[in-house]
Design a protein around this ligand. Structure first.
Ligand code: ATP
Length: 423
């Protein structure tokens, strides 16, 4: 019988577990119990939720097995994962006795909202109960939110990408990862752009190798399952304990909602059209700030230091430029992930030059315009002068090293203007 298992919040910062590994372990348990596993989903939910450990991931296992048996297998795995003192680890499990495509409309809508908005724990438990799903929650059971969202995700996510994860042997975990970085860069170059965000060439960083503790050796992201597997297999490294292929909404911008600037609220991510009001300013720590406006509404915007060379693009903006800005709003500030230049302000107001001698004119007094004392020429006021602009029309983005899991790299295409991809 088709079953969808949703799993979330089995992570602990201190123990460095990871929910993808828990899902993979559940999948093994299902096979051992005589069931079949069709696929694994790695669903990134609203990156602005405050409870997340890191990337706000929820997992689904699509299987063919008796739902009670599926529940028993997953319950045992999660109960073990729940044995942590980390107060932020609140596992949740939801088992839906239907095929992934048969998730009810309200469960699909719950998943859609989980990527862009905020849910309460009760909303998740009530909706799961209304559909007769089996569920379990540990501690405050907040993981039920992500678990139910993972159940509805197959219908809520319009576009899927892939991640192929290779795991470390247990005795290696916590020690430095032994990976041959030349082989990572070579494999990444070969597969680009079907595999993306494998490395950051500008920073010389292997983005696919996590820097936090945990069982993942590397995770390769891309548009198709063959490419991501091939890249992983070309990487030379310490022995790999096991691997798993996930379908995911990573790299899709599923978190962004279109809105007017005036409607942007904390805790959500947006795509807004606006004009640059105050020019960009670099402040302590290398963070770049600017203010956007649209009509009477204004919104602060930031490109923080970790966005590296993206800040040069942001600094190249001028007051009067029309842009579309994308990013999460927190504390009243939109944290830029990408922006599109729609219209560049190509002129600046300057003191006129004398038409006779070519030298800059001098002010003739308050509100009296300008004149050239030597030649006796006069001008009524400042004049427009064209400025050279480094930016072109189209989309600019943060580099791979600063990419949010859910954010869509420009190289994936489908944007409404020319793109300037970072790689
Ligand atoms: P990692 O990336 O290391 O796997 P994580 O960042 O995925 O960890 P979780 O441990 O899954 O973090 O914690 C996120 C918590 O927030 C979960 O309990 C999940 O149910 C909850 N959550 C997810 N999305 C929402 C939402 N939209 N509204 C409210 N709570 C949410």
């Amino acid at each position: 019988m088709p079953v969808v298992l949703g799993i979330d919040d089995t992570d602990s910062r201190e123990r460095g577990m990871c929910t993808t590994y828990v899902a993979r372990t559940v999948a093994d348990g299902i096979r051992d119990a005589g069931g079949e596993v069709e696929r694994l989903l790695l669903v990134r939910l609203n990156p602005a939720v405050p409870y997340k450990t890191r990337g706000n991931a929820a997992l689904a296992v699509h299987a063919d097995i008796d739902p009670e048996a599926a529940f028993d297998v997953a319950h045992d795995v999660l109960a073990a994962a729940a044995e942590t003192d980390d107060e932020n680890t609140n596992p949740g499990l939801v088992v839906a006795p239907h095929a992934p495509e048969d998730a009810p409309d309200d469960v699909a809508a719950f998943a859609r909202d989980a990527m862009r908005d905020h849910h309460a724990i009760d909303d998740a438990t009530e909706l799961a109960d209304a559909h007769g799903y089996h569920r379990a929650g540990w501690k405050n059971a907040r993981g039920t939110i992500g678990a139910l969202a993972a159940v509805g995700a197959w219908r809520a996510v319009p576009e899927w990408t892939y991640e192929y994860i290779s795991y470390r042997y247990p005795d290696a975990r916590g020690t430095p990862r032994d990976v041959d970085y030349d082989s990572v860069f070579a494999a990444a170059d070969e597969a680009y752009p079907a595999a993306w965000d494998t490395v950051d060439r500008g920073e010389g960083q292997a983005v696919c190798v996590p820097r936090t503790p945990g069982p993942i050796l590397h995770g390769i992201r891309g548009d198709d399952p063959e490419t991501v597997r091939e890249v992983a297999e070309r990487i030379e490294s310490e022995p790999v304990e096991s691997t798993a292929l996930f379908r995911t909404n990573q790299g899709t911008d599923a978190h962004l909602r279109d809105a007017a600037l005036a409607d942007a609220r904390d805790g959500r991510s947006y795509r807004v059209d606006a004009t640059v009001a105050d020019p960009p300013e670099t402040r302590e720590g290398g963070h770049v700030f600017l203010t956007l406006k649209d009509g009477d509404a204004a919104l602060d915007c930031a490109a923080f230091e970790p966005t590296k060379r993206f800040r040069d693009r942001v600094r190249a903006l001028r007051a009067g430029d029309r842009i579309t800005a994308c990013g999460e709003v927190a504390d009243g500030t939109l944290k830029l992930e990408k922006f599109a230049v729609r219209d560049l302000n190509g002129t600046e107001l300057v003191t006129p030059d004398c038409p006779e001698c070519g030298r800059s004119m001098k002010s003739a007094g308050r509100n009296q315009g300008y004149r050239c004392r030597d030649c006796g020429t006069a001008a009524a006021g400042k004049v427009d002068r064209p400025v050279d602009r480094e930016l072109e029309r189209g989309w600019y983005e943060v580099p791979p090293c600063a990419r949010r899991h859910i954010a869509k790299p420009l190289v994936r295409g489908g944007f409404d203007a020319p793109t300037h991809p970072e790689k």
